[in-house]
Design a protein around this ligand. Structure first.
Ligand SMILES: CCCCCCCCCC(=O)SCCNC(=O)CCNC(=O)[C@H](O)C(C)(C)COP(=O)(O)OP(=O)(O)OC[C@H]1O[C@@H](n2cnc3c(N)ncnc32)[C@H](O)[C@@H]1OP(=O)(O)O
Length: 229
């Protein structure tokens, strides 16, 4: 009887050890393959423009994209190419050195899961428009985008607007009022404007609306500081 119990315990211990080992091995595989994937894709990947339509884009996103492409033909608006490292955006960027870097908004290998967006710039009006579709990995409240990712797309739109207007900048201040939750998978119209430039200080405003302009989701003001020359 005691012997049988001991054998039972040994079997249990062996089973749990096997399971534990499997979990550890599985985790290691997952972590190292993720790490590999990030490292691997950054420096060697063929330059891809992520700001072009892909199969995950909703019809609303495509319609807005087509509208701005039409506007681009008559002047005023220019589509901004969107790559996965900052080095491909800012010429001579010192951050180009080193491997494994990836822009936060472009750090997923699959389309449609995270930040799906494209931008258009109007130089005369100092305006940047970002057409944005938040994917399922950006969930905060169930079914809605996390506030931090809303801040990210605002920072990036207003930041890119400041960069295209004045050259390299850093965000010094970002103030956001969240009016209405942003449904995942919806199409958003994000628009920023450079309001004032004072020495190295660039003051911008930004808002996020639903694709049809009916819902105002968020409003923001931002201060960017131009890089020391
Ligand atoms: C196409 C692709 C484009 C992608 C765009 C992506 C956009 C994403 C942008 C980011 O996420 S940047 C990352 C987040 N930001 C940071 O990590 C910034 C951290 N802070 C800093 O590095 C420095 O504080 C900063 C560069 C902002 C300023 O430092 P500096 O030493 O260069 O400037 P300084 O402190 O001398 O201040 C210059 C002026 O700005 C003013 N200033 C600086 N910070 C301020 C602040 N926070 N609020 C108000 N004013 C500020 C400061 O008073 C002064 O005003 P005056 O010229 O009138 O004297």
């Amino acid at each position: 009887m005691v012997l049988a119990m001991l054998r039972g315990c040994r079997r249990l211990l062996h089973k749990s050890k096997t399971l534990y080992t499997y979990r550890i091995q599985h985790q290691e595989t997952t972590i190292s393959s993720c790490y590999y994937s990030v490292r691997h894709h950054c420096p060697t990947e063929e330059l891809r423009d992520f700001g072009l339509p892909n199969t995950t884009w909703s019809q609303n996103l495509r319609n807005l994209y087509n509208k701005f492409m039409e506007l681009s033909k008559t002047g005023g608006w220019t589509r901004i190419p969107s790559h996965n490292t900052i080095a491909h955006h800012l010429e001579g960027d010192p951050l180009e050195t080193g491997i494994g870097k990836r822009m936060f908004l472009r750090n997923l290998d699959s389309d449609g899961l995270g930040f799906e967006y494209c931008m258009f710039y109007n130089k005369d009006e100092r305006r940047m428009v970002c057409l944005f579709q938040p994917g399922p990995y950006l969930e905060g409240p169930p079914g809605y985008a996390h506030g931090g990712c809303i801040a990210t797309i605002i920072d990036s739109t207003a930041g890119a607007g400041a960069v295209y207007t004045c050259g390299s900048v850093m965000t010094a201040n970002l103030n956001i009022t969240y009016h209405k939750p942003v449904p995942l998978g919806s199409t958003l119209f994000v628009e920023s404007h450079v309001d004032k430039i004072q020495g190295r200080k660039v003051y911008s405003s930004c808002h996020i609306q639903s694709y049809d302009g009916v819902i105002l989701h968020a409003e923001a003001t931002a201060l960017f500081i131009k890089a020391n020359q």
